[in-house]
Design a protein around this ligand. Sequence first.
Ligand code: GCU
Ligand code: CA
Length: 138
Amino acid sequence: ATVRYEAESAPATCDGTIDSNHTGYSGSGFCNTTNATGTAAQFTVDVASAGTATVAIRYANGATDSRPANILVNGATVQSASAFSATGAWTAWSTKTVSVPVNAGSNTIRLAASASSGLPNIDYVEVTDGPPPQTGDG
Ligand code: GCU
Ligand code: CA
């Protein structure tokens, strides 16, 4: 199953402000982190079974340069300085997809800026767990 988790909806957290001044976001806003190393957007997500989940991160980066972030699952870094490319405008939203290890049940997914530019603006993550259910004649 694929479930969307909005950055503006608790239990998600945002080290900055929830803004709505750049159109094109989903829900009621997006996370604008303070532009500093370590600032983060964190999501708490549920997956059905342990294994690998696909995480699609919707973001906008209207700056000139890509913005790197560490991606942590349940506190462990699973990707370091993963690049969020410039999208051309703060109103231009793109999706970056990563595969991460997860436990069954609740997991935290944390995006933490690894450079002083902070994160790009973060709209949501969509988490897809496991293989699709198999149909059968049983
Ligand atoms: C601008 C933009 C913000 C963005 C910020 C940044 O101020 O309006 O939405 O977060 O740049 O550089 O991070
Ligand atoms: Ca910002």
